[in-house]
Design a protein around this ligand. Structure first.
Ligand SMILES: [Zn+2]
Length: 345
């Protein structure tokens, strides 16, 4: 009996110690001296919602009211200085096809509104402009407009366009132009039409499909030699790379030898050059995996707000023990400052 009491007491002590770790972690890890930069943050332009209302409702996607102030309030509560805004999933994607005027219009509405938000709050928001891919001509025109007129910080692409992935040779003129612009490209996950509704009742799994599509996007680009041919583009993958980090070794081992001339430095080199943001993929397994394939300089903070809460990402980061204080500063801010130098301030 006495032993039992002693054991319980030890257990209680252990519990208390474990409970103290998040608090200690929070103090050490949640602050960046100049505030965090969140590279995965969505906007909902009112004109865009109006245009897409019917399709959104038909697809079970509830339109939501959004104002910059809603995001600013959340950012202030979570020590986020700047959020790089990108379009919300499914708003443009499914309406897109070759030379579709509506896609061009939706993309323009998104980009013009985003640019206005940035003009109103230049230090708090950034513009990751949408493109009407797979419309190549429309995308090239939008790249010029986004950079030359709107002063975009980067470009937001989907990991796939229905059943076409970015390594598709037809997309090459867009990557050639993005390379010339030394663009930062933020890849947001999508679900190919091949792989929706595979499990009855589940619909599109925003976890499995998006994370697999992220890996498929990277594999498609590597197969097509895009990072080797266009080395000045900086690619950011979402959610700690989705399934990519755990599949990386197999992709490296099985990469077709006949394609190696497309990647002069090899596949592993490109994994180390890609960037990975940690939104809702910040538990130990995800962070250990991404740390295994890329240096700290390539890991960025993102949270997928307002679709997800900051808490969902931060609760993993706040207790993770695998980064030093200098690493946290890099992840929360200075790695992103290198990508978006105007935020150095
Ligand atoms: Zn997102």
């Amino acid at each position: 009996m006495k032993k039992e009491v002693l054991n319980l007491s030890r257990r209680d002590l252990l519990r208390a110690a474990v409970a103290a770790i998040p608090a200690a972690g929070l103090l050490a890890q949640s602050r960046a001296p100049k505030g965090r930069i969140d590279v995965h943050h969505h906007l909902f332009p009112p004109g865009y919602l109006k245009e897409m209302e019917g399709e959104m409702k038909a697809n079970g996607f509830a339109p939501r009211a959004w104002t910059p102030e809603i995001s600013l309030d959340l950012m202030d509560k979570h020590d986020v200085a700047t959020a790089m805004l990108s379009p919300v999933q499914r708003l443009v994607l499914d309406s897109m096809s070759e030379k579709n005027e509506r896609s061009r219009k939706l993309v323009r509405i998104n980009n013009d509104y985003n640019a206005q938000v940035v003009r109103d709050h230049p230090t708090r928001f950034g513009l990751m402009a949408a493109l009407p891919l797979p419309d190549i001509d429309g995308s090239l025109k939008e790249i010029a407009y986004a950079y030359d007129t709107l002063k975009a910080d980067g470009i937001a692409l989907w990991t796939s366009y229905r059943d076409r992935w970015p390594g598709d040779p037809a997309f090459e003129p867009v990557f050639a132009e993005l390379n010339r612009r030394k663009a930062v490209v933020f890849y947001h996950p999508a679900a190919g039409t091949c792989c929706r509704n595979l499990i009855q009742g589940l619909g599109i799994s925003g976890i499995i499909e998006y994370d697999i599509d992220t890996a498929r996007c990277a594999e498609s680009m590597l197969y097509g030699g895009i990072p080797g041919k266009y080395p000045d583009i900086k690619f950011i993958f979402s959610h700690s790379g989705g399934a990519l980090p755990t599949l990386a070794a197999r992709i490296i081992d099985d990469y077709p030898k006949a394609n190696l001339d497309r990647l002069p430095h090899g596949v592993e080199y490109e994994f180390k050059r890609f960037y990975y943001e940690v939104a809702h993929a910040s538990k130990t397994a995800a962070l250990d995996a991404v740390k295994d394939i890329a240096p700290i300089s390539q890991i960025l903070y993102g949270a997928d707000v307002p679709l997800r809460s900051y808490e969902l990402t931060n609760e993993g980061l706040d207790v993770y023990q695998g980064f030093s204080r200098a690493d946290w500063e890099a992840i929360y801010r200075t790695n992103s400052e290198r990508l978006f130098p105007r935020l150095k301030g």
